[in-house]
Design a protein around this ligand. Structure first.
Ligand code: DSN
Length: 451
């Protein structure tokens, strides 16, 4: 069956790009830990007539007419999320993770209030009070850090909380490879009377699949994106727990009002349908097996990298993610390794590491993970092979140096990108990557038209 054939006729230029992107996804190893491959059912919901509708408001309370079927879909998504995460209140309308988190702030805090979150270069997310984010500008952000071993410094977090009396504390982050300490952070939040919000965007699929502890009994609010380990469309959910309801019974209505009319207009109903489908998929026994395999793959990959001489932050992983520390080869090497892996068809992202010796733009780490490869059906033997390939690429480029001078730096990086494409080792790894990908076809029935 020819897919997206209408686009081919209507806009050959965009069609050609979609085709090239599908080919890139099929012939490469997608290892950005926040990415995944949705089911075709989720994708079809995203391309359905639901994209045509406006439905400001909530089920039964819409501003526009014609929303009877949109109401059905949104109620289904809400009920499924309540059941799957075991929470009494859910809002499925946030456009994505950043607006979801901002809505939590606006429902709970006033500008100038003290908030706490994991420091950005220690793995925290921009929206947890990062200085470049409005959340670090509207609120007085006190970041907590990780210890030299890479684990969250609970003692420091407690001390900072006692000293600064935050209104809101975030637990959960974007580049942390160990279980989130929900229970320990709850003790701190309860001690100082703060709200505790868990951002489980990265591990939501592991939580519902039983492969990561759930935050629900410990925190007041939970946010998550829906497109990472949860494997749905790009969107987000905000939840209030029983503990949150007890702290403030008005919290659900405050969050609803903050999302609409406070921050957003009409919800993206096609996304809501995709979220509903993804939640149904995530409630199946196969999804539990998927979640278990993501972590098993991550551990196998971590072991293989270590055996091949690669150093990891915290020395390993409890979840879907691994953070490579490249500082044994010098500082700021992440950009070279990312570009070389890209040329070999292995997609990862450069990332800061705790105590980053370089800069967030030219960091010294690589963040990678296994959710998308696990969706493709890869298991431990493939992870062992991939660990070796990544180590080969790192060894090939570890001697590259980043000049201090900005202009020289751009020139060197441009030259490197060109040069690395023809490197024999990279070409050999690229060939092996294609061979491996051929054994695990992605969207096998999805043919695109010749142009
Ligand atoms: N961009 C997401 C990630 O990659 O973790 C977070 O916003």
């Amino acid at each position: 069956m020819i897919w997206f054939n209408e686009i081919s006729g209507a806009d050959p230029e965009v069609y050609a790009s979609i085709k090239r992107e599908l080919d890139r996804q099929r012939t490469g190893l997608e290892m950005i830990p926040s990415e995944n491959f949705t089911s075709v059912a989720v994708m079809q919901a995203m391309g359905s007539v639901l994209t045509n509708k406006y439905s400001e408001g909530y089920p039964g309370k819409r501003y526009y007419g014609g929303n009877q079927f949109i109401d059905e879909i949104e109620k289904t998504a809400i009920e499924r999320a309540k059941k799957l995460f075991d929470v009494p209140y859910v809002n499925v309308q946030p456009y994505s993770g950043s607006p979801a988190n901002l809505a939590v702030y606006m429902a709970i805090c006033k500008p100038g209030d003290v908030i706490m979150g994991q420091n950005l270069t220690d793995g925290g997310h921009l929206t947890h009070g990062g200085k470049m984010s409005v959340t670090g500008q509207i609120f007085r952000s006190i970041p907590y850090h990780v210890k030299p071993d890479g684990y969250i410094d609970i003692e420091e977090a407690r001390k900072l909380a006692v000293e600064n009396k935050p209104k809101l504390i975030w637990v959960g982050s974007t580049a942390y490879t160990r279980e989130f300490p929900f229970e320990e952070m709850a003790k701190i939040a309860d001690e100082v009377g703060a709200y505790l919000a868990a951002d489980i965007a990265h591990v939501a699929g592991l939580v519902v699949g039983g492969a990561h502890k759930s935050p629900v009994q410990y925190v007041h609010v939970v946010t998550t994106t829906t497109h990472k380990t949860l494997r749905g469309p790009r969107g987000a959910i905000i939840m209030v727990t029983e503990k949150g309801m007890k702290k403030d019974p008005e919290l659900p209505s405050k969050i609803d009002k903050t999302i609409f009319p406070g921050m957003q207009g009409g919800p993206h109903d096609h996304t809501t349908a995709g979220i509903a489908i993804a939640l149904l998929e995530a409630s199946k026994p196969e999804f539990r097996e998927y979640a278990r395999q993501i972590v098993a793959n991550s551990r196998a990959l971590a072991d293989s990298l270590k055996k091949n001489g690669v150093r990891l932050v915290t020395g390993g992983t409890d979840n879907h993610m691994i953070l490579i520390d490249l500082t044994q080869h010098g500082k700021g090497k992440g950009v070279f390794v990312q570009d070389a892996l890209d040329a070999a068809g292995i997609t990862v992202n450069k990332n800061t590491i705790p105590n980053e010796p370089a800069s967030p733009f030219y960091p010294s780490g690589i963040r990678l993970g296994t959710p998308a490869l696990t969706t493709r059906g890869m298991k431990e033997p493939e992870m062992r092979l991939i660990g070796g390939l990544i180590a080969d690429v790192i060894n090939e480029v570890k001697g590259e140096e980043l000049p201090e001078d900005k202009d020289k730096r751009n020139e060197v990086l441009k030259g490197f990108k060109e040069r690395i494409k023809d490197n024999d080792k990279i070409t050999e790894v690229r060939r092996k990557v294609i061979e491996l990908c051929d054994k695990f076809p992605l969207y096998p029935g999805m043919e695109l038209a010749d142009q």
